[in-house]
Design a protein around this ligand. Structure first.
Ligand code: AKB
Length: 316
């Protein structure tokens, strides 16, 4: 069977990069990117899909003989709090649509991104284990716990091969994140390269688990390619990159931009961040399918800055 992948939510921070990585791997003709609007810079097959519309997803799955779905569409933690019921409806309904279609069409594999937002105050905040108690404090987190349980349900009940990772905050240069609590860790690099002062919405010492985009894309593809018998966790796997605070990122950036200035104005996102782990225990992912991060704070900083300089065409 030829692999044909449908990515839902392909215009987001991860979607664009994952689409390119999957196109490189499987060929442009085997990857269908989709989102609510056609992306300006899409290079390959693109279909407009509103994932709350199950018939539209089905149409595209049948049209292209799709064999795998990566479901990336979701409203993130900070944005989600503006309208909790809408967030719940979108995050959960779109995921159930994808699961139902995957079951009906007997798809080979499905990918579901979960998040460190599934954890709350009931979990240890250092080295949070995979099976820690889940009492999330945001509607986004609640929807991800729910989504993980649905993933496991479809696996156990229908034998659907659903695989999932709990993403830390993702740092990447290709596109801006939107609506998350960890977004500051991308914005800060943009401001540094543009020689602007950065106003941080978290306190300087707030440590959160983060991961570089290349590591997260590699983790996703490695998980999806792992032999089925290696996948022991059917809710979602913890993965860790590097745990960081705004102060630590700032001091690394100052190695290259000594005059870089950061002001701190914590807002409601500080409360969200305080409910999340400081660091993640990813030993199950390491053991089951060989996960290992490659980027540390310094290599993230060097890569972010050199890539963004290229994008903004500024001279160091
Ligand atoms: C967010 O901040 O909401 C996301 C996440 C950690 O899932 N980046």
């Amino acid at each position: 069977m030829n692999t044909v992948i449908l990515l839902i939510g392909a215009n987001g921070q991860l979607g664009k990069v994952l689409t390119n990585a999957l196109q490189d791997k499987y060929g442009k003709e085997s990857v269908i990117a989709s989102d609510l609007k056609k992306s300006e810079d899409s290079d390959g097959i693109f279909e407009v899909i509103d994932a709350t519309d199950i018939d539209r997803i089905m149409e595209v799955v049948i049209q292209y003989n799709v064999t795998q779905i990566y479901h990336l569409a979701a409203i993130l933690s900070a944005k989600g709090e503006e309208n909790p019921l809408r967030t719940w409806n979108i995050n959960v309904k779109t995921w159930l649509n994808v699961l139902e279609i995957s079951r009906i069409c007997n798809l080979e594999k499905v990918f579901y991104p979960s998040s460190i937002a599934v954890f709350g105050n009931g979990a240890p905040s250092n080295n949070t284990p995979n099976n820690a108690y889940l009492d999330p404090t945001t509607v986004y987190g609640i929807s991800k716990v729910d989504g993980e349980n649905w993933a496991q349900y479809y696996h156990v009940k229908y034998g659907l091969d659903v695989r999932s990772i709990r993403y830390p905050g993702v740092i990447g240069y290709q596109s801006l994140p939107g609506g998350g609590t960890t977004d500051y860790a991308v914005d800060i690099y943009h401001k540094a390269v543009l020689n602007k002062t950065f106003t941080c919405f978290l306190n300087k010492d707030t440590v959160l688990p983060m991961i570089f985009i290349d590591d997260v894309i590699r983790a996703t593809i490695e998980l999806m390619e792992a032999p089925i018998e290696d996948i022991k966790v059917r809710t979602s796997y913890n993965i860790a990159g590097v745990s960081l605070s705004p102060k630590e990122i700032t001091s690394e950036i100052r190695e290259l931009y000594p005059d870089f200035r950061v002001d701190y104005k914590p807002d409601f996102r500080q409360d969200i961040a305080e409910g999340w782990p400081r660091s993640i225990d990813d030993s199950e992912a390491r053991m089951d399918w060989g996960w290992k991060p490659q980027y540390n704070l310094w290599s993230i900083t060097e890569t972010m800055i050199s890539e963004l300089i290229g994008q903004y065409e500024v001279i160091l």
